[in-house]
Design a protein around this ligand. Structure first.
Ligand SMILES: [Zn+2]
Length: 99
């Protein structure tokens, strides 16, 4: 496996270490929780509006449109999270700890 180095202080990171030995920065493997949450919100908003709009134009406004929008939101949110995870796969980043 390739040796990773800290993006902040260039200290080599031991594999799987939660923090950098040099600068004590937090090491993040793959996507961060905040990025996943952002992807979830974007996906849910897109899924709800597109599914809702398509449903309403085809079958009119009803309680079923709400259910469809909810299902569309969930499916789209999951797809966005998967895409976000994939875009950060194999990334190792170091973040300065905020005190
Ligand atoms: Zn460091």
């Amino acid at each position: 496996m390739k040796q990773r180095i800290c993006g902040l202080c260039k200290t080599p990171l031991s594999p799987g270490a939660p923090a950098c030995m040099g600068c004590q920065g937090a090491v993040v493997y793959g996507a961060r929780l905040k990025e996943m949450q952002g992807a979830f919100v974007r996906g849910a908003a897109l899924g709800a509006t597109t599914t809702g709009a398509v449903w309403i134009s085809a079958w009119g406004i009803s309680s079923h449109a709400l259910v469809a929008a909810g299902v569309g939101a969930m499916l789209c949110a999951m797809a966005f999270i998967l895409a976000e995870r994939r875009s950060h796969a194999g990334h190792v980043r170091t973040y300065r700890r905020t005190r």
